[in-house]
Design a protein around this ligand. Structure first.
Ligand code: KG4
Ligand code: ZN
Length: 339
């Protein structure tokens, strides 16, 4: 079967559209919104306005780059949630209108599931695909989850954060240090020059497979407040070591629970997904676990780690095969559990 799907992603601050042919990516266009940088975080109202401006050119470019006409599409897949409602509404409304005008099915997808299903995308680079059941550590700006993936439509969360997400831990730590938003990629870059054991921050004691990151943020805040009293240039002088130490603490917290999940489930095929899966330290820790613990690890291509519409089209493809279509009455949801 030959299926062309257009994916539309607008859950947060990236407007993205992608075309896939079965699992193969033909185009994956992402318009980042720079407007939030000066505010130190995403401003929801500005995000929805920027989506409105970006959505038509982004979809147009995705179709052009894929070298197909909209009349050749078989379905339109969009992000229904979780995310910012105003942002989700832009993609949802556009997807509905497009499916109606083209007379093709509308497919709703869950953003967090799509991050995981991105592992099934194929392009010119050959990559191994995980086999069911596998574990996935899904780490983004709003979520941190350990998921047992039994099938593309059977995903069970066995651990999650009780407060901040791992991406938030990166972004908030960066903000405390006066670094611009989003801080994750910047901490990753600076950490490469620093010593991960220069400073130590306490790790939370949370039962089972759940995570907590809010304590780390507070301990960084107090630590820096005390240091700055003695030396106002402390952050500037220790920036790379601070970044390396913070990053290594976040990775250590993430990996300990992931190791526990592998022990508890006996599943040794382990993937990571979501924006934080782009982190070089986390990728390195996964490769080490593969070597030391005998895991088979799956690291997404960098362009499919952070928000993108190829993953939405991929999740849409699986639903297309199942005939799982959405109605024109469908509304977005802000939180995953509210479905
Ligand atoms: O999945 P994503 O693009 O958007 C959400 O669904 O939230 O994830 C964004 C998060 C942000 O917190 C960003 O700082 C973080 O992913 N991030 C990183 C890196 N690249 C993106 N965190 C650490 N290291 C990176 N290289
Ligand atoms: Zn995401």
């Amino acid at each position: 079967m030959s299926v062309y799907i257009l994916g539309i992603e607008s859950s947060c601050d990236d407007t993205s559209a992608a075309v896939i042919h079965n699992t193969r990516v033909l185009s994956n266009i992402i318009a980042n919104q720079r407007v939030h940088e000066k505010y130190g975080g995403v401003v929801p109202e500005l995000a929805s306005r920027a989506h409105q401006q970006n959505i038509i050119p982004v979809i147009d470019t995705a179709l052009k780059e894929a070298k197909i006409s909209k009349n050749n599409l078989h379905a339109i897949a969009f992000t229904r949630g979780p995310g910012l409602l105003g942002s989700l509404l832009v993609g949802t409304s556009f997807a509905k209108a497009m499916s109606l005008s083209l007379g093709i099915p509308l497919i709703e997808t869950d953003h967090m599931h799509a991050h995981i299903l991105a592992h099934f995308l194929t392009d010119e680079e050959e990559r191994p695909v995980p086999r069911f059941p596998f574990l996935c550590l899904t780490v983004s700006g709003g979520h941190t989850q350990i998921v047992v993936v039994k099938a593309h439509d059977d995903l069970k969360i066995i651990g999650k954060t009780i407060d901040d997400a791992a991406g938030e831990a990166f972004d908030k730590s960066a903000k405390i240090m006066g670094l611009p938003y989003p801080g994750g990629p910047l901490i990753d870059k600076l950490a490469k020059e620093g010593k991960p054991d220069a400073f130590s921050f306490p790790e939370p004691r949370i039962p089972d497979l759940d995570y907590s990151f809010s304590g780390l943020k507070t301990s960084i805040l107090y630590f820096l407040r005390d240091q700055l009293k003695q030396n106002p240039d402390f952050i500037e002088q220790n920036k790379v070591d601070l970044c390396a130490s913070i990053q290594s603490t976040i990775i250590s917290i993430l990996m300990k629970k992931l190791e526990l999940a592998v022990q508890q489930t006996g599943i040794k095929e382990v993937a990571i997904a979501g924006g934080v899966s782009a982190n070089s330290g986390l990728r390195h820790a996964m490769m080490e676990a593969a070597e030391k613990l005998g895991w088979k690890v799956f690291l997404p291509k960098l362009s499919y780690s952070t928000d993108n519409a190829a993953m939405i089209a991929m999740a849409g493809y699986f639903k297309y095969l199942d005939g799982d279509f959405a109605s024109q009455k469908i509304a977005p949801y802000a939180r995953q559990s509210s479905r």
